[in-house]
Design a protein around this ligand. Structure first.
Ligand code: CP
Ligand code: NVA
Length: 305
């Protein structure tokens, strides 16, 4: 049995296999072919934070695969009233075939996985958002720009940045990260990514200058400056992050045909300008749709382990 908590525990071949399964499922779906590969299976989905894409994609994906998904908000289940994580894990995993969790501390999902008798999927923690990166990479494959990637991440050193780092480290592509001073990525996760990168040949660099990161990039990406759980810091962050908006001026330093990705939700006038967002909206909404297909690939793959 395998859990999907971060890319750290996966090989390059496994990551590419999951994406290939997702792409095949997507192609079949577009032809109206549904294979009930998860017939009679149930996915428990624990949400301790808000979600649009993650909830809709997992729930719809499970239905299309012949299974069922349960939306479990911590406002409604006893986890939110203090029932221990390890008890919740043993109960839910005794009834469900897989569990997806969106939570705060990454250690919560690790504890849940340690006590779960079924695969656990990370649907976002404060540290990582790997299912989003499955969709992001799938989108680059589809748009035929997954070779010789030079990716630039501009903004907050957060869960998205950490997952970009781990994916780059595993797949062996170049990633430049530009954050304001004081909002850098987690030093321990960076050290782990750099260690993995030694084997894959990935080049991962950090800077406080967005232009340095974007110069010659083939893919430029960003994320909200204020992640879920940081709402009270929003005004302070808006001041500190000035100069980190992905706009025409910054994109002009990237390759002419550079792609722009955003995990969404996007805040125009903050991390991205309205012009850049709308110019690249086709690929951004393909990226959002690919959450459905990539995660179906992941769930099918996990049930085969
Ligand atoms: N990108 C993403 O995970 O979106 P949601 O927060 O809407 O699930
Ligand atoms: N970094 C963001 C990602 C949202 C999908 C957050 O954690 O809120």
């Amino acid at each position: 049995m395998r859990h999907f908590l971060t890319f750290k525990d996966f090989t390059k071949e496994e990551i590419l296999e999951i994406i290939d399964i997702g792409l095949e499922i997507k192609q079949n779906l577009k032809k109206g072919i549904y294979k009930k590969e998860l017939d009679m299976q149930t996915l428990g989905m624990i949400f301790e934070k808000s979600s649009t894409r993650t909830r809709v994609s997992f729930e719809t994906g499970m239905f299309q695969l012949g299974g069922h998904a349960l939306f479990l908000s911590n406002r409604d289940i006893h986890l939110g009233r203090g029932e221990p994580v390890k008890d919740t894990a043993r109960v839910i995993s005794s009834m469900c075939d897989m569990v997806m969790i969106r939570t705060f501390e990454h250690t919560m999902i690790e504890e849940f996985a340690a006590y779960s008798s079924v695969p656990v999927i990370n649907g976002l923690t404060d540290s990582y958002h790997p299912v989003q990166l499955l969709a992001d990479y799938m989108t680059l494959v589809e748009h035929k720009c997954a070779d010789n990637i030079i990716a630039a991440y501009v903004g907050d050193g957060n869960n998205m940045t950490h997952s970009w780092m781990m994916l780059a480290a595993k797949l062996g592509f170049e990633l430049r990260i530009a954050t304001p001073k004081g909002y850098e990525v987690d030093a321990k996760i960076l050290a782990q990514a750099l260690e993995i990168a030694k084997e894959s040949g990935a080049v991962i660099t950090t800077t406080n200058d967005p232009k340095v990161a974007v110069n010659g990039a083939t893919v430029v990406t960003t994320d909200t400056w204020t992640s879920m759980g940081q709402e009270e810091q929003k005004q302070e962050r808006i001041k500190i992050f000035q100069g980190f908006m992905v706009d025409d001026a910054l994109m002009s330093h990237a390759k002419d045909d550079a792609k722009f990705l955003h995990c969404l939700p996007a805040y125009r006038g903050l991390e991205v300008s309205e012009e850049i967002f709308e110019k690249h909206s086709k690929i951004v909404f393909d990226e959002a749709e690919n959450r459905l297909h990539a995660q179906k690939g992941l769930m099918v793959w996990l049930t085969k382990q």
